[in-house]
Write a protein that binds this ligand. Structure first.
Ligand code: ADP
Ligand code: MG
Length: 576
């Protein structure tokens, strides 16, 4: 076939495949246009998740009648001069969205700049244009998209279920609404009004869209590095979700789904929340236009940061500081507040009282400071110690302590110690002072060959952790030295664990992150086991160290290390 130019319509259909992959993408483009037009209020109505119909109404600048045909023409945009591609301040700029939608669906654009007497309407269906004519309409723009992909059946086949498409479209609007709190948004999907939020400040918008209870637990965050400013709200370790649905990233005003930012968030929380759980955060980055390329993908949700490492460190650093404050131990709370929030209900009254009595008999209460008939009053010096003074050890596993305000504290000695060991190793590692303890007799560990290879790939890095290994034939590794802090640990178990850790974290995880995870794994191997009796001095030391250690409210697996029962909670339990 000879070389020919593609017709405009064909080009638009091809672009439609890239820009408008699914209804959510069309919704996003239309709402972005409304935002770019300076709308104060945007209303979005979806039928069948947008497959059947999308309507976006704004009160923005509008499009003059004479310019309507241009608006639907490919690469026609009011937003970008040829010289300005590096400094893109608007959400749209490629001039591709409307022509692409017009190629794949029936598009009706009704628009009226405030100064124009009446609105005008233009229609495009499968690339066929109906020229503009006057019609009724308020100032602003109304875009209606019907039967998306009716003109491109191949694309239509790739659509998922109506509910999946609705979910994606709703999320797209949710993200845009988070990115522009000063603009009022109303979203109706099918019969349901999903939200109707007024112009508000950022915190109020997050509260409206994340849910008030969740938002109340979020902590503010602010950090700057090399001209990049990070602000926003992020949850404490105690707040996690089964999915990443409550995570929002806005970069230079643009909502993004960016793998780098997602990963940074994941890494920052990875050892304070349980595996498979996800943090909650609404983060906003602002950086100089030249430090960012948004023109990576037609949908403009992917970015390229000029200094990806700098951005990653900024985000992880700020979140680490937020999570590291030992203060979350001291945080006043009426509920059992360790790393987790438990809802306590009054005991079922019908439960036979003997059950409780039996439970206590088994509890092996080792009273350390016999209260001799008087109520136990914590020593005066515990006033500064949120975790109080140890009173007893239960099941040789939990430390029972009383805080200065009388609250009852229960500490899981193994979980707590594991976190302390991990933090100590991490501090040594970061300061480059991990001490390796050579083994008198090197240990040979047999592993699956793939695991052995994986570990040997990181031989040098592991040496920085104090773990000196070398190849010892297929699937075998010789361990010459272990971190001094772990000299009594079982080297074979340690290596197997590490291999598993490296396998899990997969390729895209940076080595630093792997090592960090490795530290957490190693820490498990030295920690005080549950079931070991502790002397009072040991218990005190453990409590004091917890108070001074970052992230001590949860163990490396994200479980709480201690629970706190205040007077109010006790009274509630007793039904007083
Ligand atoms: P882009 O947003 O990349 O410029 P679009 O195809 O999305 O390309 O839109 C083309 C042009 O139509 C825009 O540049 C803008 O001038 C105009 N336009 C589209 N939607 C609106 C709207 N809701 N209000 C005002 N003008 C709009
Ligand atoms: Mg646009």
């Amino acid at each position: 076939m000879p070389i020919r130019r593609l017709s405009a319509h064909t080009i638009n259909r091809i672009a439609a495949g890239e820009v408008i992959e699914r209804p959510a993408a069309a919704v996003k483009e239309l709402v972005e246009n409304a935002l770019d037009a300076g709308a104060r209020r945007i209303e979005i109505l979806l039928t069948d998740g947008g497959i059947t119909r999308i309507e976006v109404i704004d009160d923005g600048a509008g499009i003059a009648a004479a310019e309507l045909p241009l608006a639907i023409e490919r690469h026609a945009t009011s937003k970008l001069g040829d010289e300005a591609l590096v400094e893109i301040a608007t959400l749209g700029f490629r001039g591709e969205a409307l022509p692409s939608i017009g190629a794949a669906a029936r598009l009706t654009l009704i628009s009226r700049p405030a100064a124009q007497d009446s609105a005008w309407v233009i229609k495009v269906a499968g690339g066929e244009i109906t020229p503009p004519s006057p019609c009724a309409g308020a100032p602003g723009t109304r875009a209606i998209v019907e039967d998306l992909f009716y003109a491109t059946p191949a694309r239509r086949k790739f659509l998922r279920s109506t509910s999946a498409e609705a979910d994606a479209a709703e999320r797209a609007v949710w993200r845009l609404a988070l990115s522009a709190p000063r603009v009022a948004f109303r979203l109706v999907s099918g019969e349901r009004e999903m939200f109707d939020v007024p112009a508000q400040d950022e915190a109020a918008r997050v509260a409206a869209l994340f849910g008030r209870d969740t938002a109340a637990a979020l902590l503010p965050l602010e950090a700057t590095r090399d001209g990049v400013v990070l602000t926003g709200l992020a949850g404490p370790a105690s707040l996690s979700r089964a999915t990443t649905a409550l995570q929002s990233f806005v970069v230079n005003g643009r909502p993004v789904v960016d793998p780098l930012l997602k990963m940074a968030l994941r890494l920052a929380y990875r050892d304070v929340i349980a595996a498979g759980r996800h943090p909650v955060a609404a983060l906003r980055l602002t950086l100089p236009a030249e430090a960012l390329d948004v023109n990576v993908h037609p949908a403009k949700t992917e970015l390229r940061f000029a200094d990806a490492n700098g951005v990653r460190s900024l985000v992880i650093g700020a979140l680490n500081r937020l999570l590291a404050k030992p203060a979350d131990i001291a945080a006043p709370s009426a509920a059992w507040a360790g790393g987790t929030t438990l809802t306590l209900r009054p005991p079922a009254w019908q439960a036979p009282p003997r059950a409780a009595a039996t439970g206590f008999a088994e509890a092996e209460l080792a009273i350390l400071s016999p209260p001799s008939g008087r109520s136990f009053a914590p020593p005066a010096e515990t006033a500064d110690y949120p975790l109080g003074a140890p009173v007893a050890q239960i099941f040789d596993t939990y430390i029972l302590a009383v805080a200065a305000d009388g609250a009852l504290i229960l500490v899981d000695q193994h979980a707590a110690h594991e976190r302390l060991t991990e933090e100590r190793l991490r501090a040594e590692f970061l300061e480059g002072r991990v001490v390796a303890q050579p083994l008198l007799v090197p240990v040979v560990v047999d592993l699956a060959p793939i695991d052995a290879t994986r570990l040997l790939d990181h031989e040098a890095a592991l040496a920085r952790l104090g773990l000196e290994i070398e190849a010892f034939g297929p699937g075998a590794i010789l361990v010459r030295a272990v971190p001094a802090a772990l000299k009594h640990a079982d080297a074979a178990a340690m290596l197997r664990d590490l291999a598993e850790e490296f396998a899990e974290s997969g390729a895209p995880v940076a080595l630093e992150a792997k090592l960090d995870a490795a530290l957490a794994r190693l820490a498990c191997h030295r920690s005080i086991r549950a079931g070991r009796r502790l002397a009072q001095a040991e218990m005190s030391a453990l409590l004091r160290e917890m108070e001074a250690t970052p992230r001590a409210a949860t163990c490396s697996h994200g479980r709480p290390t201690f629970l706190r029962l205040s007077r109010t909670e006790l009274e509630r339990l007793f039904g007083r």
